[in-house]
Design a protein around this ligand. Structure first.
Ligand code: SAH
Length: 396
């Protein structure tokens, strides 16, 4: 059954031109929506058809538009078509034996918001971002298993699961993987755990940045990797010939995980520095010890709370950069990255400019990155292109 929902006159144009996220604030009668997973028929204030989608609560969103064709039904065939198109777009990835982990389906970029599927050497990991999209699970699993020779499927429910039965290891179907599952990215290995919570060991969206660091920036350099998680940037820097890497992350698990990433690549973790520590404390320590690095990598979460600090990228990135500038060699490079979707590249470059002004320094922008090819973005939904990475040379 389709539930008809009206878009207010102010927002009508936006949806007619293809904006896919159904915002609660754009709806005139949101109260008719009760059960997540219901099919929504979106109409303008005159009752004219705009599109069809599903009801699913995700942050500010109340669901996603799926089609502008009134006759199309949201059934097995619909999911087959979307997932087949996504697979076809990733042909170069399936054919590349050096890279065996990539995003197979990227939400609204591939036509279904609220759903991502990552591919890890024969295993699929599905992220469900609302109870609404989760209602289509059987269709989606069927599409995947009928189109790809998958060994097994895992899932993460990224919504409030209170009252739901939860399988504790996120396994869905096929055969269970042996963990760590070793995958490759441009020839470098990653130890992946699909059964330990939302973060599985690597953020696939930084693939191009890691390769650039390895191939163009690391050789002979001292490297500081802050917010290092499993040390992916450090491993690429070490493989690129870095003189020394220092990885800093607050989470206890990061030490063992980072050691493991070095080990699976045949590198001795004892020769690298891996610190479990608040990065803001580390910056103070480095200044006190007069440490300077050739390459400093900043990749904070968009929001984080530690004992002493609340960090929000939108508010605090300038200060983070100032701390980094203070411990970067003259002529050295800062890799500033953010996945915050609440500001764009121009504003991010403004933070960089502001930080250098306040430090009375000079800089040069070397190059920039956003999401890689497999993270397909919908042109009508710019905020889906959240990743911003800028390579900056500190002149003084
Ligand atoms: N750069 C990583 C991903 C970072 S994820 C990569 O490329 O894989 C964000 C990380 O920041 C998490 O591991 C979290 O533990 C860490 N973190 C958050 N606040 C921190 C702080 N104040 N000091 C150090 N690490 C912090």
């Amino acid at each position: 059954m389709e539930i008809t929902v009206k878009i207010n006159s102010k927002e009508g144009k936006k949806y007619k031109s293809g904006y896919p996220l159904i915002l609660k604030s754009a709806l005139m009668n949101p109260e008719v929506l009760e059960e997540e997973g219901s099919i929504i028929k979106l109409v303008d204030e005159k009752g004219q058809f705009i599109g069809k989608g599903y009801f699913g609560i995700q942050n500010k969103g109340y669901g996603w538009l799926l089609t502008k064709n009134e006759k199309e039904t949201i059934d097995q065939d619909f999911f087959n078509q979307k997932i087949m198109a996504a697979i076809n777009r990733r042909k170069p990835f399936f054919e590349n034996t050096d890279t065996t982990a990539f995003r197979l389906f990227n939400g609204e970029g591939d036509g279904i918001g609220g759903l991502t599927i990552d591919y890890f050497e024969g295993y699929c990991l599905i992220n469900w971002y609302s109870k609404g999209i989760f209602k289509f699970k059987d269709y989606i699993i069927h599409s995947i298993t009928s189109m790809l020779p998958v060994k097994g499927i895992y899932e993460k429910k990224r919504f409030d699961t209170a009252g739901m039965y939860i399988e504790d290891d996120d396994f869905v179907t096929g055969e269970r993987a042996q963990f760590p599952l070793i995958v490759k990215e441009n020839g470098v290995k990653f130890a992946i755990y699909l059964n330990e919570g939302a973060m599985v060991g690597v953020f696939l969206d930084q693939r191009d940045v890691r390769m650039q660091i390895r191939d163009k920036y690391a050789k002979g350099k001292t490297v500081l990797n802050t917010f290092s998680y499993t040390g992916a940037f450090s491993v690429f820097a070490a493989l690129g010939g870095a003189k020394q890497t220092t990885s800093v992350d607050l989470a206890n698990r990061s030490l063992q995980k980072t050691q493991e990433q070095f080990e699976v690549n045949g590198l001795d973790p004892e020769k690298q520095e891996i610190l479990v520590m608040d990065v803001f404390k580390y910056f103070k320590y480095a200044v006190r010890k007069q440490l300077l690095f050739d390459l400093v990598i900043l990749d904070p979460p968009s929001f984080a709370r530690s004992k002493k600090h609340t960090f929000s990228a939108a508010k605090d990135y300038t200060n983070l950069l100032k701390e980094a500038i203070a411990i970067t060699e003259k002529g050295g490079v800062i890799v500033a990255s953010t996945n915050a979707s609440n500001f764009g590249m121009d504003k991010f470059k403004g933070f960089i400019d502001q930080a250098f002004i306040e430090m009375k320094g000079k800089y040069q922008l070397l190059e920039e990155f956003s999401l890689p090819q497999d993270f397909k973005v919908a042109k009508e939904f710019k905020e889906g292109n959240y990743l911003k990475v800028v390579f900056i040379r500190k002149i003084h």
